[in-house]
Design a protein around this ligand. Structure first.
Ligand SMILES: Cc1cc2nc3c(=O)[nH]c(=O)nc-3n(C[C@H](O)[C@H](O)[C@H](O)COP(=O)(O)OP(=O)(O)OC[C@H]3O[C@@H](n4cnc5c(N)ncnc54)[C@H](O)[C@@H]3O)c2cc1C
Length: 331
């Protein structure tokens, strides 16, 4: 929110800084965008011996990576069978098995690169907001178990014990998943990439990209950069790059607000297992507990739009209205 403190920036334990590009470069791989995608790619390419330059127009994690809910999921919003039906058996199954392995990859990166990002490997709860939501979860459970995933379908009583709320009709527990402080993770990846020898630049906006024979020619802060390979990692934050291509973006607003740290007695009853939560409602909500004991609650909606007053009427936003984060993502 304008003039408000951003929760992730206020609570990030990992700091990293990079200079702005002030000269021309010639590299194997140029990466545009300093979020999870760009930073992780820079890290792995540099570890394999490539010369890498990454250009972030503002600061690392300025996009979705520095303002998301922080759920480390093992799948998509869509059930697996829908993904396979849309993509075909080959590509769909391959994507689902890559995503099933995603949390393990995140945890091992965090460990290998010693990233301090409040990682909790305690699973996620997909919560049934209504009987129809429970039917949806039962079907997801059936599909996931058929793929060999260790999902558990919980009844309303067990869901109430885990969340501290009787509002839900049941939940799908995914023990592979967990949560992170997303900005710290994005910054930790950037720090790891620099340590591996990649050149990372902040405040280095790519203005132009052209194919030049077997290479790419970029203009960054007015300086020429030549690269053998290019990774466009700008997500829904694609910012006016002149390259004869413009991604189609559908904006969906999402806000998050946090309570002040809550007393230990309450922490023993609200999410004692520290699972990250999201629900089955079409207008989806999420909540989780951070390391300081703040309950972070989010939902689809725009605090700056006409519905802002409705969203802010939730207790969390009233408790600490200066801590919030809004963002958008590619869909
Ligand atoms: C509110 C919200 C909640 C979400 N919750 C979750 C969740 O709980 N779990 C989950 O897995 N995913 C979640 N997501 C999705 C997740 O955040 C994104 O998929 C992920 O962060 C994308 O990372 P990225 O590196 O591809 O892009 P981004 O992090 O968006 O980075 C793109 C970067 O490109 C830079 N850029 C753009 N144009 C230029 C230019 N011309 N020159 C240089 N740099 C440029 C931007 O400044 C930006 O930093 C959520 C997203 C949002 C917005």
């Amino acid at each position: 929110m304008p003039g408000k403190r951003n929760l992730w920036r206020a609570s990030a334990s990992t700091r990293v800084q990079a200079a702005a590009l002030d000269r021309g470069l010639d590299v194997d791989l140029a990466i545009i965008g300093g979020g999870f995608t760009g930073n992780a790619a820079a890290l792995e390419a540099a570890r394999r011996g490539a010369s890498v330059a990454l250009f972030e127009g503002e600061t690392f994690g300025r996009g979705g990576s520095g303002r998301n809910v922080g759920l480390v999921n093992a799948g998509l919003w869509l059930p697996p069978d829908d993904v396979i039906a849309a993509m075909g058996a080959g590509a769909g199954k391959r994507l689902m098995s890559l995503l099933a392995d995603a949390p393990r990859r995140v945890w091992s990166l965090i460990e290998r690169e010693s990233i301090d990002c409040e990682a909790t490997r305690t699973g996620t709860l997909h919560l049934a907001h209504a009987p129809s939501g429970l039917a949806d979860l039962a079907e997801r459970h059936r599909q996931g178990r058929a793929m060999g995933w260790p999902l558990e379908l919980l009844d309303a009583a067990e869901t109430a014990r885990r969340t501290g709320s009787t509002a839900f009709h049941g939940a799908l527990f995914d023990p592979r998943a967990g949560t992170i402080q997303p900005l710290s993770y994005a910054r930790g990846l950037a720090r790891g990439a620099m340590a591996a020898g990649a050149q990372l630049y902040e405040r280095s906006r790519v203005g132009m990209v052209r194919r030049d024979g077997a290479s790419w020619q970029l203009t960054v802060n007015g300086h020429p950069v030549r690269a053998r390979a290019l990774l466009l990692a700008t997500n829904a934050y694609f910012d006016g790059i002149d390259m004869g291509f413009r991604p189609e973006i559908v904006a969906v607003s999402y806000f998050q607000a946090a309570t002040a740290p809550i007393p230990q007695a309450l922490r023993d009853t609200i999410l004692p297992g520290q699972e990250g939560c999201w629900d089955t409602a079409m207008v989806m909500s999420s909540f989780r507990m951070d390391a300081a004991g703040r309950v972070i609650i989010g939902g689809i909606g725009n605090l700056e739009g006409p519905g802002g007053a409705v969203h802010l009427s939730c207790g969390a936003a009233q408790a600490a209205p200066d801590l919030s984060a809004t963002g958008r993502s590619a869909v």
